[in-house]
Design a protein around this ligand. Structure first.
Ligand code: URA
Ligand code: SF4
Length: 260
C-alpha cells in the first residue's frame, strides 16, 4: 500500500472516531511509508486484482510465505518428487512442463508462458505437457502465431500430476500445486502468459465468469504480466464453432506480444 493511501485511511478512521466520540484529537498523524519490496523481490502488496467490465476479481494466489527457489533446476527437483496432494497416488510421472531449455538446451528464457489444466493420459505416460491430441492442436495454434515450445514458449499446467479419469483438478489440488506454478512464473518472468481454458483462468484469477465471457481480454498477473485466456484446445476439438473466436484471441495475443 502507498503512503498516501495509508494516510487517507488513517484520516478517514480518525474522523469517524471523532464523530462518534464527539471531540477532535490534537495528536499529529503518524509517519507512514510505501510498502517496500522484500529482499527476495516479492513486494508486499494487497491481494492482486483484475478488472473486467467494471467488476474486480481478486487474484487467487500469492507467494509471500513459501519457499523461493534459486533456480529452475532446484524447483524442478522438488516438483518431480512432490507428494503434496492426492494426485501423486495414481500418477505415472510428474509433468513439470517444457520449453526451449528442455527441448533444445537454449539458455535464454522464453518470452511466452502457456498454462493448461493438467496432464492427460499421454502426458502422464510421457512426462511431457500437451503431447496428446490436444497437444498437437496446441502446437499448430502456437505455430500459427510464430510460437513453439522449441523456440519461445514454456508450456506447463495448473496441476503437474494427472487427475484420474481426466476429471478437473479439485480446488485443494490446485491450491496444493499453486506455489510451483507461481515459482515457475517468478523464475521465468515471461513477457506474456496464455491461459488455456476455464480451469487455468479460474485457478489464477478468482472469477466466477468462465472462458466464454473472459477469453481474449487482458488481465495482469501480479498486476504486472499481461495475461490472455483462450479456449482449451480440447474444447476446440469438441466444438468446431469455438475455433474462430480462439483464432481471434490468438491474433490479439500475437499483437499484444509484438507491442511489448
Ligand atoms: N490438457 C492439458 O490441460 N494439459 C496437458 O498437458 C494436456 C492436455
Ligand atoms: Fe504435488 Fe502438484 Fe502433483 Fe499434487 S499435483 S502431487 S501438488 S506436483
Amino acid at each position: 500500500m502507498k503512503k498516501c493511501e495509508k494516510e487517507s485511511l488513517y484520516s478517514l478512521f480518525r474522523t469517524a472516531v471523532e464523530c462518534i466520540e464527539g471531540f477532535r484529537y490534537s495528536t499529529a498523524m503518524p509517519t507512514f511509508y510505501d510498502d517496500v519490496p522484500l529482499s527476495n523481490g516479492t513486494s508486499v502488496k494487497e491481494t492482486p486484482s483484475i478488472e473486467v467490465g467494471g467488476s474486480t476479481f481478486e487474484q487467487t494466489t500469492t507467494s509471500s510465505d513459501k519457499k523461493l527457489y534459486k533456480s529452475f533446476e532446484e524447483l524442478k527437483k522438488d516438483v518431480l518428487e512432490c507428494k503434496l496432494c492426492p494426485l501423486c497416488k495414481a500418477r505415472k510421472t510428474v509433468v513439470f512442463g517444457e520449453g526451449p531449455f528442455e527441448t533444445v538446451g537454449a539458455l535464454e528464457k522464453p518470452p511466452v508462458l502457456v498454462i493448461g489444466e493438467g496432464p492427460g493420459y499421454d502426458e502422464d505416460v510421457q512426462g511431457r505437457p500437451f503431447v496428446g491430441a490436444s497437444g498437437k492442436l496446441l502446437d499448430k495454434m502456437l505455430k500459427s502465431i510464430g510460437l513453439s515450445r522449441t523456440e519461445n514458449c514454456f508450456i506447463t499446467n495448473i496441476v503437474k500430476c494427472r487427475p484420474p479419469e481426466n476429471r478437473n483438478p479439485a480446488k485443494d489440488e490446485i491450491i496444493a500445486c499453486s506455489h510451483f506454478l507461481e515459482e515457475q512464473i517468478r523464475l521465468l518472468s515471461p513477457k506474456i502468459i496464455l491461459l488455456l481454458g476455464t480451469v487455468a483462468l479460474k485457478s489464477i484469477f478468482n472469477t466466477t465468469l468462465g472462458i466464454s465471457h473472459l477469453h481474449g481480454k487482458v488481465f495482469y498477473y501480479h498486476d504486472e504480466i499481461p495475461t490472455i485466456a483462450t479456449y482449451h484446445p480440447s474444447a476446440l476439438l469438441r466444438t468446431e464453432s469455438l475455433k474462430r473466436p480462439a483464432w481471434e484471441d490468438l491474433k490479439f495475443f500475437q499483437s499484444k506480444l509484438k507491442g511489448l
